[in-house]
Structure formats: C-alpha cells, structure tokens
Design a protein around this ligand. Sequence first.
Ligand code: E4P
Length: 216
Amino acid sequence: MDLYLDTAEVNEIKEIAAWGVLAGVTTNPSLIAKSGRPLEPTIKEICEIVQGPVSAEVVSTSAADMVAEGRRLATIDEHLVVKLPTTIEGLKACKTLAVEGIRVNMTLVFSANQALLCAKAGAWCVSPFLGRIDDISWEGMDLIREIAELFQVQNLGTRILAASIRHPRHVTQAAMLGADIATMPAKVFQQLIKHPLTDLGLKAFLEDWARASARV
Ligand code: E4P
C-alpha cells in the first residue's frame, strides 16, 4: 500500500518526503484554501517535491466544465491526477478524461456501487472517505472491505485510495484489507512512527552505553 500525504502545506510535504516513504499527495479545495496560496503554483511545487501522483480537484459542477478544468490541471505536471466528485456529471467527465489518458481520482465515495460506477468510467482510483463515515457512527472500514472484494471479484483494476484517515489504526486496517493507497494528514504520519516503548528503549540503550564508556 502506497502512503500519501493529504495536505497542501509544502513544508509538511518536504518534511515527510525526506523520510523516503512518501509516494504521493492528495489535495482538495478546502486544503488549498487553508494553505492561503494559489492553486496552480502550489500544485506545481508539490509535484516537483514528490515526483509521484498528486491529486488536484476541480471546482466545476458540470461535466463540460470539469473536463475543461481537468485538462488544464493535467498540463501542470506529468504527475497530476485530476480529482472529480462522484456525481453523474463527475462520471461523464471521468470517462472523457480517462479516454484521453488523463488519470482521474474519483472523490467523496461513500458506497461500493459508487466505486463500481467510477471504475466502469475508467477512474485511475476511487477515494472512499473512512473518517467521515465513522463520524456518523457507521463503520468506514466496511466500505473498504466491500470495494476491495467487489474489485477483486469483478477483476477491476481501479485503485482503492483510503481517504479521510483520522488515526494510525485506519492505516493498518486499510492496508490489511488490500487498499492500494492511504492518504493521511502529517499528524497521522508522525503517529505511525512514534512508539513510547521505542523511545524508552533507545533512552536506556544510550544511557547504558554512556555509563559503560565512562568506566573505561
Ligand atoms: C482525500 O483525498 C480528502 O482530501 C481527504 O482525505 C478528506 O479528509 P477529511 O474527511 O479529514 O477532510
């Protein structure tokens, strides 16, 4: 499973990219707005740092406008993946862009049938939103399980991008269920590596070593 950052903050991306495990980035209009920077130069800069798939989302709602916006976004960088909402207009736009060889990430997926339709429209990946399902007291992970089984049984090559990840357990479970990608905030990335027993163990090793060195 590839690990992506879900952010438009360039400093966070630089920091996690230096770990050597970052495969891509997802953004959305809320994240771009929060960064306070213009869309196209920000996305270009992110693509240059990551050198892997970077999703940028359209803000149009009609298929024709989404296609025009998607085509323009795709010129920003070879790593650009156009993100479209999972609506009827989004499906139409997905089909058109996919036929042109532009990779599409279908976002705001909340059911296996939506994922099936997106795959049939040629989506490069679908983004089921785990955390937002958990937020309404349903089980987000059940959706990943269903989509993974459906895609396998139907032999569909569209990738599953587990999105709206809130905590490290989401990452473990999505990986075990066969998600192809998980995208998460920088905070969750930091939580993946941190463990109190690692810190305590390292502290003890270094103290023992310092004591032994002081004796010689
Ligand atoms: C995915 O591509 C979305 O940008 C993101 O994961 C949404 O997460 P949220 O539900 O925490 O806003």
